[in-house]
Design a protein around this ligand. Sequence first.
Ligand code: PFF
Ligand code: NA
Length: 447
Amino acid sequence: MSTGTAHWGSRLTFVLAAAGSAVGLGNIWKFPYMVGEGGGAAFVLVYLACIVLIGMPVLVAEWLIGRRGQKNPVDTMRDLSAANGRSGAWVLLGASAVIVGAVILSFYSVVGGWSLYYTVEAATGAFAGLDGSGVEALFEGMLASPLTLLLWHSAFMGATIAIVARGVTGGLEAAVRLLMPALAVLIAVLVLYGTTTGHFGETLSYMFAVDFGRIDGGLVIAAMGQAFFTLSVGAGVMMAYGAYLGRETSLLSAAWTVVILDTVIALSAGLVIFPIVFANGLETSAGPGLIFVTLPIAFAQMAVGSVVGFVFFLLLAFAALTSAISLLEPAVAFTEQRSRLGRIGSTLVIGGLCWALGIAALLSFNLWSAPLPLVGLGLFDALDGLTSKIMLPLNGFFAVLFVGWFLNRRGVLEELGLSGLRAKVWLALSCVVAPLGVVAVFLAEML
Ligand code: PFF
Ligand code: NA
């Protein structure tokens, strides 16, 4: 997919790549533990509202910008702002998006490494016979070992670099087309397993019976950050992918496809995890370790648990890989187009920087666990919070603002194929609801 190569082979390829970027650790690892930390249904409700009212308009805006610019996010913003008589400062949006994608990749790869480690543990039967405290010890043991984390982070980042260095093409399509449906089927099977635990009803009310009293500034900003993260918006990724889109693709129907797929998989992951949590008396608020201390218990209880566990964590690692590729692509495209490093050199340099930052992040689980001054968090949590809660929403805010207020409206409506009531809804969302929504959430957090 490097610049200079052709556009996406077909509409389907583009949707597959975008869905491959969206569906990943954000759905299966992050969403359940954020629901658990946010106290259940209140978080889910705010999250869904942010997906529809903010995330979806931003997604469409980023694709539209990317398709018009046809370059990496930085040069795209430079060209588009110039062509529309706008300030050159818009280039900062492209730059910020490219940087945040690379920063996310650094800690994302650490968790991708956890999936790989668990793939191997499952295959070697390590979960067999483990109870709640046994799986917790396994997870804690992994975190306590810098070398284990380093090894698997390096393996995951190495795979990402190897694929991006060659240009993101055929392999990605095959991976998404085969492995993502397989993951979806396996998740559906695990949801069925959840219904046998006797705690499925409890899970449904935990996730969907909203206690409005729990909604506060902290919850709202976490839910909005998760909406951006899960849809891959605000990080230059969808802008960069949009650059490879043909004129004939309908952005709105592609957006609905990606949003619905992503949301169904996230909610299903919750329906898998929480029955296991309740059935085994575990904590919903276990944090980033949640899926790694719940799923192995279920696998330990299944007749063919090592096989199921192996396949599950392997498919999770692949889903993470298609997202990681998308995170690396914008910064590599920029470096390749602006330097003499070439495709491979650019990938090695940018990928190497992400790898190094990832090492610093993984050390915050063991050797360097002291909270950072000012932020009061370890580096892993600080990078995660800074990107999801601040940088992605800020970039998304400016992307949707640019499309809503700084591009010719008639042209945008025509490009989206909108008229009448649907045009009004789009204008309300992109000009008012989405940008004001981001501002309101920031204010709610600060006040
Ligand atoms: N959307 C991915 C997930 O849910 O796992 C993560 C991600 C990919 C975030 C690309 C941001 C991004 F630009
Ligand atoms: Na996602």
